[in-house]
Design a protein around this ligand. Structure first.
Ligand SMILES: Nc1ncnc2c1ncn2[C@@H]1O[C@H](COP(=O)(O)OP(=O)(O)OP(=O)(O)O)[C@@H](O)[C@H]1O
Ligand SMILES: O=P(O)(O)OC[C@H]1O[C@H](OP(=O)(O)OP(=O)(O)O)[C@H](O)[C@@H]1O
Length: 205
C-alpha cells in the first residue's frame, strides 16, 4: 500500500505542490485533479481536506502523514506526531483593532476563528475578555461593531490595512508543518522515513 498524505486544501496545497516539485516528486496528477479529493501519484496517495480535518484523518490513521498550518495544531491540539516545520505557509497570529480607536475601558470583546488561542493569550495576560467565534472574514467584526478587536492570522498585512485595522500585538509565528500518525510512524517506519527525511528541508521557499 502506498503511503497516504493528507493535504490542507487551498493555499497550503498550492505551496506544498511547488515545494514537492522542487524535490523532484511527480505532481502532475495533483495539478490536474480537478475537484477530486483523492488522487494517486506513482508513489503516494493524497487526500485533500480542510486543515482541522487533515489532523482528524492523521489522528485516526487514515492518512500516515499530513500537511497542516501550525495555527491549527495550536488551536485544536490534535493527538498526532508534530514532526517539523515546512518551508512555506509562514504567518503570524496577531491582535488587531481599528486604526485610531482606543480599547474600551471595560471588558474587551474579541472576534476570532481561533477561540482557544485567544482565550489562552488573554488568560496569560491576566485579562478577562468576551470572545465571539467567527468562521472567516474576521476583519469585518470591528468595522461593524461586533467586537472591539480581533485575533487572526496576518501575513502581508494587506487585509488589515485595506479594512482600516492595525496590529496591536503579534504573539505567535507559524508555518506549515508535517504531522504523522503516531503508530504509522513506528509500524511503517521503513516506508515513511525516506519521504520524511526528504521533506525535512530547512530553507524557506
Ligand atoms: N494569509 C495567510 N498567509 C499565510 N498563511 C496563511 C494565511 N492564511 C492562512 N494561512 C495558513 O494556511 C492555512 C490554510 O488557510 P486557508 O485560508 O487556505 O484555509 P482556511 O483558513 O481554513 O479557510 P477556508 O475556509 O477558506 O478553507 C491556515 O491554517 C494557515 O496555517
Ligand atoms: O495579511 P494578509 O496577507 O492580508 O493575510 C491575512 C488574511 O488571510 C487569512 O484569510 P483568508 O484569505 O484565509 O480568508 P478567511 O478570512 O476567510 O479565513 C487571514 O484570516 C487574514 O484574513
Amino acid at each position: 500500500m502506498k503511503p497516504v498524505i493528507a493535504l490542507t486544501k487551498g493555499r497550503l496545497e498550492n505551496q506544498f505542490l511547488t515545494f514537492f516539485q522542487s524535490l523532484d516528486f511527480e505532481i502532475k496528477p495533483l495539478t490536474e485533479k480537478g475537484r477530486k479529493l483523492r488522487v494517486e501519484t506513482d508513489q503516494f496517495e493524497f487526500i485533500f481536506a480542510k486543515g482541522v480535518d487533515v489532523t482528524t484523518y492523521v489522528q485516526h490513521g487514515i492518512a500516515d502523514l499530513g500537511v497542516v498550518g501550525g495555527d491549527i495544531l495550536a488551536e485544536f491540539q490534535p493527538d498526532v506526531y508534530d514532526l517539523f516545520p515546512l518551508p512555506f505557509g509562514q504567518c503570524r497570529m496577531a491582535v488587531a483593532k481599528e486604526k485610531g480607536k482606543q480599547w474600551p475601558e471595560e471588558k474587551k470583546t474579541i472576534a476570532s476563528k481561533y477561540t482557544n488561542i485567544t482565550k489562552a493569550f488573554f488568560k496569560e495576560k491576566g485579562e478577562s475578555v468576551d470572545i465571539i467565534k467567527l468562521e472567516g472574514s474576521v476583519e469585518l467584526a470591528p468595522i461593524l461593531d461586533l467586537a472591539d478587536g480581533i485575533v487572526d492570522i496576518v501575513e502581508t498585512g494587506t487585509t488589515l490595512k485595506e479594512n482600516g485595522l492595525i496590529v496591536d500585538e503579534e504573539f505567535l509565528h507559524f508555518s506549515a508543518r508535517l504531522i504523522a500518525n503516531r503508530s504509522a510512524l513506528k509500524i511503517k517506519r521503513k516506508t515513511l522515513r525516506p519521504i520524511i527525511d526528504l521533506l525535512n528541508q530547512k530553507e524557506e521557499l
